[in-house]
Design a protein around this ligand. Structure first.
Ligand code: PLP
Length: 439
């Protein structure tokens, strides 16, 4: 069995997380249920932060809240001294409701609306990551109308596509995000922002991909950006206070994944930036990163009840659970792989290979293909590992199925932090048909 964080098998032979029996959690909160190991989230946050501290570099570790946003989660991030990356008015609203310090929030997005930018300005957030010329113009006008300045980071695309095990160098990046570094867009954007009375160019940002298991892509991105910064320093006398190198640090979804420790990514990134600035006689910028998945992914486990099963002779056996693509759309969307055990008997011998189906009316609603399991029936609970990132945050109400609750566990205690949706919640915004529409 894969072990994450505080997971263990207790004296009853059940899977335990954070000192709490998962069978007990399922009985009290029902299934499906998202369970988060708070100690593991804290451990990850501290590992990133301490790596920077040990290197004596000014830094910010911002939690990319798109991975899992809820009031309690953002309060936990704040407790751990993280900054925050939001990408929508809704994520910003959640951050404000959580009492997250506005100065430590930065706002991403390739199509922020006027209302979202106004909301960010009203909330006095730390900075806005400007993605394109449309936004640059709109932000400038909004600031002029309010007679106020705002710090910005410019999001640049350095022409590197980092994938899980490799990276591809592209002269120009085919991405909907950011100002291209190679074709001159980034330089034009910088000049425009430097000329603005209202925008203070605090730094540059780039994000090269997700679920990355090597440091080469980050190192290359730092090199490409520093080359341009050297040039811009000479031409315009500008050097950024901040260099934000994004998120994307890989995690262990299955035993085939071998992620690096958080501190290793940080060390290699800092080493390269230091080398670049020393070589070019430039000042050392603050380094910011934005991990999402690597802070919360492995900390999340989803508990399901086992329901129906179907044997297709000589083909496969399907076992259905009471959730699926509503609470975890990643297998259907990205062919994402997961591992699972029976929470009520995780050490039982595997006797067959089965495929775990969701309950949605959609053939593609499969959670795991070809999973070794003991013979399972309706008394069993399935625990799917590593669902903490982009699980709840991508959850939906397909087939009008209510979204599951979220429980935090730590030191033998559990706390409900997101309630289960009800059928009433599902129809809250529905209006009755009043008159025949033709009249
Ligand atoms: C700009 C930016 N920063 C950070 C992240 C977080 O990535 P991850 O959760 O893989 O760390 C993303 C993910 O899409 C992103 O687009």
């Amino acid at each position: 069995m894969n072990h994450y964080g505080t997971m263990k098998v207790n004296a009853q032979g059940h899977l335990e997380i954070g000192g709490v029996d998962t069978v007990d959690l399922a009985a009290r909160y029902g299934t499906p249920l998202y369970v988060y190991d708070v100690a593991l989230i804290r451990q990850r946050a501290r590992a990133f932060k301490e790596a920077f501290q040990n290197l004596g570099v000014k830094s910010r570790v911002a939690y990319a809240s798109k991975a899992f946003s809820s009031i309690a989660m953002l309060q936990l991030a704040n407790e751990e001294g993280l900054s925050l990356d939001v990408v929508s008015g809704g994520e910003l609203y959640t951050a404000m409701a959580a009492g997250f310090p506005a100065e430590k929030i930065h706002f991403h997005g390739n199509n922020k609306s006027r209302e979202e930018l106004e909301m960010a300005l009203d909330a006095n957030i730390g900075c806005i990551v400007v993605d394109n010329f449309y936004e640059l113009g709109m932000l400038e006008n909004l600031c002029a109308a309010r007679n106020r300045k705002i710090r910005v980071l410019l999001r640049v695309t350095p022409g590197i596509e980092a994938h899980t095990h490799d990276y591809i160098l592209t002269g120009q990046e085919d991405s909907k995000f950011g100002f291209d570094l190679q074709n001159g867009q980034a330089e034009t954007a910088l000049k425009q922002a430097l000329d603005s009375k209202w925008l203070k160019v605090h730094g540059l940002h780039c994000h090269i991909g997700s679920q990355i298991f090597e440091t080469a892509g980050f190192v290359l991105a730092a090199q490409k950006i520093m080359e341009k910064l050297d040039k811009w320093h000479k031409l315009y006398g500008y050097f950024p206070q901040v260099l934000n190198l994004g998120g994307g640090f890989g995690i262990r979804y299955t035993s085939e994944d071998n992620p690096l420790p958080p501190g290793y990514y940080v060390t290699e990134i800092v080493k390269e930036v230091k080398h670049q600035v020393n070589m070019r006689r430039l000042p050392m910028p603050e380094i910011w990163i934005e991990p999402g998945r690597s802070l919360v992914g492995e900390a999340g486990t989803t508990l399901y009840s086992v329901g129906s099963s179907k044997e297709v002779p000589n083909v496969r056996k399907y076992i259905a659970v009471d959730g699926g693509m509503i609470d975890n759309i990643r297998p259907a969307l990205y062919d994402a792989k997961y591992e699972a055990v029976l929470a009520n008997r995780p050490l039982a011998k595997c006797e067959e290979t089965v495929s775990i189906a969701g309950k949605c009316c959609e053939s593609g609603d499969m959670l795991i293909w070809d999973l070794p399991l003991p013979k399972a029936g309706s008394d069993d609970l399935l625990a799917v590992f590593c669902t903490g990132a982009y699980g709840y945050s991508m959850a939906n109400n397909y087939n009008r199925i209510p979204r599951p609750p979220v429980v935090f566990v730590e030191n033998g205690k559990d706390e409900l932090v997101v309630k289960r949706e009800t059928y009433e919640d599902l129809i809250r915004n529905d209006l009755h048909l009043r008159v025949p529409l033709a009249e």
